[in-house]
Design a protein around this ligand. Structure first.
Ligand SMILES: Nc1nc2c(ncn2[C@@H]2O[C@H](COP(=O)(O)OP(=O)(O)OP(=O)(O)O)[C@@H](O)[C@H]2O)c(=O)[nH]1
Ligand SMILES: [Mg+2]
Length: 424
């Protein structure tokens, strides 16, 4: 089974907690704080691997979790960082964040690596918190959580030319005579069950042609095999539309041509207006009048580039191949999706210090991802840590916003699991 899309969940490792510890040694009393920092959580990294051809690895495995960072230790020792988790995907895989619908990465090159979920930083140990006033800090920070998200991953093959056409029109035969590929060819529809790529060497140029399973009418509604595969020609610069002009099984070649174009249009309007070369195949098995009628009909529709060939008998191939080569060399490059540079993107939970306040009677509930992070790194058993938490609520504007909403002394503030009474 050819799997070309999947929904998965990834989670980077959490940062390890900082350590609370004091230096102890024989004959030394009151040693200073020496609790070390927690280690960073491992990242979730996607890697494009050229030899992979589909997303079958994600058929049964949907959850991917990188290792957490270890806790800090005494004697100022850092906790060990969690190992990164590498996820191998085929070249052409597009990775989307389900929540925001944003494309996070387009894995277009063999060996490309992209960090998709960042591991949380380790918490600082208490060695950082000593100062002249506070000589024995009783708190350390918890580590920050690793980024976590649902991803939609989709393979969109990277090819310069896409072969489209009715089942059994001769697409695979054409691929086999133009390129190095050896696809299965047989005298029945739906022989090709998954996309096949072939490379053309023409003069000093080389480019890739994709053969996809034949599309049929209503394929865009999921009626045929084709629907699922149109995504693989979305990136191509040029379509080569193969039509069986022999009309052996009683169909009309021009009707076939029109219905395939309708399929393209339904799937993606832009795809229907992609440059298209029309190939009248199986001319060895058709009368001159049949071929003539077909050519006239498509020319009337505005398709100028029509090539009469026989892929099986190798007639007309050189002219066709030269034309494809010429057009590929002139057309703009294959579409690579624009992605936000993840390296420049902040750690997800710090991205925005946004929050919402919902008032129900005298209860003011504050929500926001960023606040959860602060909450998680606060140690509520420590007065110092609590004081820091309160300062953060002030500096981020939460307190002002509560006042603006009309909060009064004695009202309840709710943040995550935490509830406290409000006093000025
Ligand atoms: N007479 C004749 N037969 C051809 C020609 N090209 C292909 N065929 C035959 O047509 C049949 C279908 O060819 P394929 O290349 O498998 O067709 P396809 O479009 O890839 O078909 P699907 O993968 O099933 O959609 C095979 O029996 C081929 O031998 C041709 O130029 N002339
Ligand atoms: Mg085929």
């Amino acid at each position: 089974m050819f799997i070309d899309h999947a929904k998965i969940h990834v989670k980077a490792g959490d940062g390890g907690a900082g350590m609370v510890s004091f230096h102890t040694e024989k004959f030394v009393t009151n040693g200073g704080p020496d609790g070390g920092d927690g280690g960073k959580g491992g990242d979730v990294v996607f890697v494009a691997v050229g030899r992979l051809s589909n997303l079958g690895a994600f058929r049964f495995k949907h959850k991917f979790v990188a290792e957490d960072g270890a806790k800090g230790m005494n004697r100022k020792m850092y906790g060990k960082g969690g190992a990164d988790l590498e996820i191998a995907v085929p070249v052409g895989t597009v990775i989307k964040d389900v929540e925001t619908d944003r494309i996070l990465a387009d894995m277009t090159e063999d060996g490309q690596r992209v960090v998709i979920a960042k591991g949380g930083k380790g918490g600082l140990g208490n060695m950082h918190y000593a100062n002249a006033v506070r000589q024995a800090p009783q708190f350390a920070r918890a580590g920050l959580p690793g980024e976590e998200m649902d991803l939609y991953i989709e393979l969109k093959l990277i090819a310069d030319v896409g072969l489209v056409g009715y089942p059994n029109a001769g697409k695979s035969t054409l691929l086999s005579v133009l390129t190095n590929a050896k696809p299965k060819i047989a005298d029945y529809p739906f022989t090709t069950l998954e996309p096949v790529l072939g490379v053309v060497q023409s003069y000093d140029m080389s480019y890739v042609i994709a053969d996809i399973p034949g599309i049929i009418e209503d394929a865009h509604e999921g009626a045929g095999l084709g629907h699922d595969f149109l995504r693989h020609i979305e990136r191509t610069r040029l379509l080569v539309h193969v039509v069986d002009v022999s009309a052996r099984d009683g169909r009309d070649p021009y009707d076939d041509f029109v219905s395939i174009n309708n399929e393209l249009m339904q799937f993606n309007k832009e795809l229907a207006s992609r440059p298209q070369i029309v190939v009248a195949n199986k001319c060895d098995d058709a009368s001159e009048e049949e071929v003539e009628m077909f050519i006239n009909a498509v020319r009337e529709d505005g398709y100028e580039d029509v090539y009469v060939i026989s892929a099986a008998a190798r007639i007309g191939l050189k002219e066709l191949c030269d034309k494809i080569t010429e057009m590929v060399s002139k057309l703009p490059p294959v579409v690579i999706h624009d992605v936000a540079d993840k390296e420049e993107m902040n750690y997800k939970y710090e991205e925005e210090r946004k929050f919402d306040i919902v008032v129900t009677g005298s209860v003011y509930e504050v929500t926001g991802k960023w606040i959860n992070v602060v909450l998680e790194s606060t140690n509520f058993d420590s007065t110092d840590s609590m004081a820091y938490f309160q300062r953060t609520l002030i500096s981020s504007g939460v307190i002002d916003a509560l006042k603006a909403k009309g909060i009064r002394e004695g009202d309840t503030v709710k943040i995550g699991e935490l509830e406290f009474d409000y006093y000025e």
